[in-house]
Design a protein around this ligand. Structure first.
Ligand SMILES: [Fe+2]
Ligand SMILES: [Fe+2]
Length: 170
């Protein structure tokens, strides 16, 4: 499944690279719109498992962690909106359809194989961090530097948190 995760991520990245060349903030907005979906999917599945009486010892920790992560991604999304990332209809159309698709894939994936679902999203977070790092290298004088650095650190923290979550579950 790890090979499938890498293939899926590389394919998606290639498509986004092609579609969003030279349109950094639209690209970031799409990434942040999609980035919220897995955390909401994890919460949905954890809720469902709780209803089925399948609450493990790590349940409350994971619920809190994923809720914090989804809020943090929403803060990133709001920043990208404030700098025009969502101003074009075509980007909103693409991202909102992608996110519906990705949410349901993550619900099924996390229910069936939580470790692999965490692994895929750990890779997504690392990719997001690399994307922001590349922006900082390409735009050393940008007025957005401070904010992008802070978002980059958040994405690295998310990847570490997902790694810890992988170690927690069986
Ligand atoms: Fe983010
Ligand atoms: Fe993130």
């Amino acid at each position: 499944m790890r090979t499938f995760n890498s293939f899926f991520l590389n394919l998606t990245v290639s498509i986004l690279d092609f579609l969003y060349k030279g349109r950094d903030f639209q690209r970031f907005w799409v990434l942040e719109e999609i980035a919220r979906a897995p955390y909401f999917a994890f919460l949905s599945v954890l809720h469902f498992r709780e209803s089925l009486g399948l609450r493990g010892p790590e349940h409350i920790y994971l619920m809190k962690e994923h809720f914090d992560q989804t809020l943090n991604e929403t803060e990133h999304l709001e920043y990208m909106e404030s700098v025009g990332g969502s101003k074009y209809w075509v980007d909103r159309f693409l991202a909102r359809h992608l996110v519906l698709f990705y949410y349901w894939i993550m619900v099924v994936y996390y229910y069936v194989s939580p470790k692999n679902a965490y692994h895929l999203n750990l890779e997504v977070e690392l990719h997001a961090a690399e994307t922001y790092q590349k922006f900082l290298w390409d735009n050393p004088q940008s007025e957005h530097t401070e904010k992008i650095e802070s978002i980059l650190m958040d994405e690295i923290n998310h990847s570490k948190e997902l790694h810890n979550a992988m170690l927690l579950i069986k």
